[in-house]
Design a protein around this ligand. Structure first.
Ligand code: AMP
Length: 211
């Protein structure tokens, strides 16, 4: 399956992508993760992207389009993939079409805005390997320590409340129009985020028709 996951920041795109990736045995391509890795490694891309990401703004289209174009040519994408966080603008969606990539389904995960703020404030990420946690919904075994590599868990810099406000604004203005864009192509399915991750996964699988 070639799947796009849309949703506001904190809607649970990454968490559901991880579950689907295992279930369907296809890779997740998260532009946010690729960018955060580049920032951790201090590459030129990381240095350029940091000025946008820290302010809750989108990284320029041409930069992310190149990242995705390059990633999709890799062998593991042959049998399908999950795009988590791309496209985020109409020009990015058009670029995907121009690459000759056909998409099977576009899943939008919907969560009420007041929930989003609560969810984001509890998110934590490993400063070493990037594994993600939530202090309530997905806690690490030992407080502030990554289960996978023992690294320290920190809050993402762009999860600070002021930055989240910007990210939500950007989402409504630039990304939400993609719902109509893909609805008109007959590709959009919707799942409603639930309190528990497993319950959201049930909704997601139902929406995608995967059993
Ligand atoms: P995410 O982890 O998907 O929430 O992405 C974190 C940040 O990375 C976003 O707020 C943007 O600054 C940047 N980013 C990720 N994906 C894209 C994209 N498709 N277009 C532009 N910026 C992006």
């Amino acid at each position: 399956m070639r799947l796009i996951i849309l949703g506001a920041p904190g809607a649970g795109k990454g968490t559901q992508a991880e579950v689907l990736s295992k279930k369907l045995d296809i890779p997740t391509i998260s532009t946010g993760e690729i960018i955060r890795n580049a920032i951790r490694q201090g590459t030129d891309l990381g240095k350029e992207a940091k000025q946008y990401i820290d302010r809750g703004l989108l990284v320029p289209d041409d930069v992310v389009i190149e990242i995705v174009k390059d990633r999709l040519t890799q062998d593991d994408c042959k049998n399908g993939f999950i795009l988590d966080g791309f496209p985020r603008t109409v020009p990015q969606a058009d670029a995907l079409t121009k690459m000759g990539v056909t998409i099977d389904k576009v899943l939008s995960i919907e969560v009420a805005e007041e929930k989003i703020v609560e969810r984001i404030s509890g998110r934590r990420q490993c400063s070493k390997c990037g594994a993600t946690y939530h202090i309530v919904y997905k806690p690490s075994k030992e407080e502030n320590i990554c289960d996978l590599c023992g690294g320290e868990l920190i809050m993402r810099q762009d999860d600070a409340p002021e930055t989240v406000k910007n990210r939500l604004k950007v989402y409504h203005e630039q990304t939400e129009p993609l719902k109509d864009y893909y609805q008109s192509k007959g590709l959009l399915v919707v799942a409603y985020g639930q309190e528990e991750v497993a319950d959201t996964t049930k909704e997601v699988l139902k929406a995608l028709g995967v059993v």
